[in-house]
Design a protein around this ligand. Structure first.
Ligand SMILES: Nc1c(C(=O)O)ncn1[C@@H]1O[C@H](COP(=O)(O)O)[C@@H](O)[C@H]1O
Length: 150
């Protein structure tokens, strides 16, 4: 239902943040490491296979010159959520700006740097639009925030 694609195995800590939340909500997902730069043909094949499998939302995790989310968005009509990864050189500002400043017509919903948790929650909110039991789980999750943080 949710396809998580990260640009490199070095992004696995962010992938884990996404997976943790999706599992908490029992949302089916698939994880792949593919790059728009390094493995463009494999990425293309995988996105085509997702269309057949019925993927509803993509989460794309990438750092540096983070073209991956935009390239995925260019190849599908499904929503794409981009997660910029903190980089050693520019602290993730490079990743953030690469993802958030998409040209008109091909949007990517962008969360904060390393915010895999929010990407998963946003994907769940999208899925919950047409899934009442998921919507109820989200309400329960929100109602527990008061006790958790305050
Ligand atoms: N941004 C992209 C893309 C892409 O956009 O296609 N492919 C890899 N990467 C990113 O390069 C960073 C460093 O990767 P390495 O650690 O493998 O050198 C990672 O954060 C990855 O997401």
């Amino acid at each position: 239902m949710v396809s998580i694609i990260a640009g490199s195995k070095s992004d696995s800590n962010i992938v884990e943040k996404v997976v943790k939340v999706l599992e908490e909500f029992s949302v089916p997902y698939e994880t792949k490491y593919l790059s728009a730069h390094r493995t463009p043909d494999l990425l293309d094949e995988y996105i085509q296979s997702c269309e057949k499998k019925g993927t509803k939302v993509f989460i794309a995790i990438a750092g540096g010159a983070a073209h991956l989310p935009g390239v995925i968005a260019s190849k599908t009509l499904k929503p794409v959520i981009g997660v910029p990864v903190k980089s050693n050189d520019l602290g993730g500002l490079d990743s953030l700006l690469s993802i958030v400043q998409m040209p008109n017509d091909i949007p990517v919903a962008t969360v904060g740097i390393d915010r895999g948790k929010n990407a998963a929650l946003l994907a769940i909110e999208i899925l919950a639009l047409s899934d009442e039991s998921l919507s109820k789980k989200l309400k329960d999750y929100r109602s527990k925030l008061v006790g958790k943080y305050l």
